[in-house]
Design a protein around this ligand. Structure first.
Ligand code: PLP
Length: 436
């Protein structure tokens, strides 16, 4: 269907333009009337295959009947109480469940908030109080949200230009990006070099004894689907232990089965002191969490953490239902299968694009980067072309990367293999078409 044949969608897009500020991003021209499983239906009744999951949110698929049932049942019972005012069971039950599924190496506690950025804010506030130190180390390519502190921790300049002054006491150092910075070294030698650079940073960037926390995404999401080498994460863990620094994993995008287990930290075998969670936690309702070592979590003074809506009963009920589905349907294991199917189609395509594409990822969090002569010559324009062509053929897929040069695949984990194959057929077609 060409654009002129979509009057309802066009009218809604025009209303959006008139009523909403330009700064709120928009990746596609699709409108959404309804969505079930891995399919989105536009206002014209056109079905679109969803390889984006609302940026990694609908891991259990859209409108999973058990999640919808849990939401409606809870909505009839209690919509809001505020956990600061009175205690309600879904909040406590969800914290119990998170602590059981995501143990942080000993007694563990959890608190609930509304968004990924808010979880990051609270994790940093807890870390500062627990250590009595002001500084935070974060990484190039990181994305931690759009609040003042989240944006200050975020790397990409476009996400914060004109928004300063940014939060102080934040120090950015290079992420161990073996894919762009490997320089022909073995992964072991590369990791040793990067850890040495971090040790140097304690002399030339910020004193270790001033640092409250190191915050890191186990796989850079927005930054271009770049998995951290496990040995580097182990090195971060060791340095945090040596210097009394808290290690925070931002699992907002990697969390809840996306990478093969509930958390990427479990896949990678490195346990943080604190972690942040959101996105896929409640299949689409807004809720997030900070999980952490009980002694660290309890260091926050009364009144310094929380919020009016954090852990809303309806969102908490949706999260509990989501976790039940993930457990029963073993979506962590399914993520590994989904990732293997995606790689089995994309890797041969990347090979045919000889030297101009690279496939990366962990579990079902997969990216393919397009570039010119070398990986240091990112081709964001080519990715924009491929995404547009996929959208025209009814496949919703999105980009990532500081230069927009990565096609990011975050399908629902419940996607049928036949749907996956169909979408991959469109994507590989469009990738090859560009190659001529
Ligand atoms: N942290 C990571 C790793 C993310 O990917 C995101 C969002 O993409 C955030 C934090 C911010 O989450 P939210 O948009 O829910 O505030």
């Amino acid at each position: 269907m060409n654009e002129l044949e979509k009057p309802a969608s066009q009218a809604l897009l025009a209303r959006r333009q008139a009523a909403m500020p330009r700064g709120v991003p928009l990746i596609s021209n699709f409108t959404v009337d309804s969505a079930h499983g891995s399919t989105i239906r536009t206002l014209e009744g056109v079905d679109v295959l969803d390889f984006a999951s609302g940026i990694g949110v609908t891991g259990t698929g859209h409108t999973h009947p058990e999640v919808v049932e849990a939401i409606t049942t809870q909505a009839r019972r209690l919509l809001h109480a505020c956990i600061h005012v009175a205690t309600y069971e879904p909040y406590v039950a969800l914290c119990e469940r998170l602590v059981q599924l995501l143990p942080h190496g000993g007694p563990t506690k959890a608190m609930l908030l509304n968004s990924g950025a808010e979880a990051v804010e609270n994790a940093i506030k807890i870390a500062r109080q627990a250590t009595g130190r002001p500084s935070v180390i974060c990484f190039e390519g990181a994305f931690h949200g759009r609040t003042l502190l989240g944006m200050s921790l975020t790397s990409k300049v476009r996400y914060k230009s004109g928004c300063g002054p940014l939060a102080p006491e934040i120090y950015r150092v290079p992420f161990a990006d073996y894919f762009h910075g490997g320089d022909g070294l073995s992964e072991e030698a590369f990791v040793a070099r990067e850890l040495h650079r971090l040790d140097e940073a304690f002399s030339v960037v910020v004193a270790a004894e001033q640092v409250a926390a190191i915050i890191v995404e186990p796989v850079l999401g927005e930054g271009g689907i770049i998995p951290a080498p496990p040995a580097w994460l182990r090195g971060l863990r060791k340095r945090c232990d040596q210097h009394g620094i808290l290690l925070i994993f931002d699992e907002v995008q990697t969390g809840f089965c996306r990478t093969g287990d509930y958390g990427a930290f479990q896949v990678l075998g490195v346990t943080p002191d604190l972690s942040t969670w959101a996105k896929a936690m409640a299949s689409g309702l807004p809720i997030s969490a900070v999980v952490g070592r009980a002694d660290v979590m309890d260091a926050a003074q009364l009144g310094t953490i929380g919020g009016t809506f954090g852990g809303n009963p309806v969102a908490a009920a949706a999260a509990l239902a989501t976790l039940t589905i993930m457990e029963r349907e073993q979506l962590g294991a399914r993520a590994v299968e989904v990732g293997a199917i995606i790689r089995s189609r994309l890797e041969p395509t990347a090979e045919k694009l000889a030297g101009h594409a690279q496939v990366r990822g962990l579990g079902a969090m997969i990216g393919i980067e397009l570039y010119g002569e070398t990986v240091h010559d990112p081709d964001g324009a080519a990715v924009a072309d491929v995404l547009r062509a996929c959208h025209e053929r009814g496949l919703l897929v999105i980009g990532a990367g500081v230069h927009g040069s990565v096609i990011r695949i975050l399908t629902p984990l419940t996607i049928a293999t036949s749907e996956l194959e169909r979408g991959l057929g469109i994507l590989t077609d469009e990738l090859m078409r560009r190659a001529g």
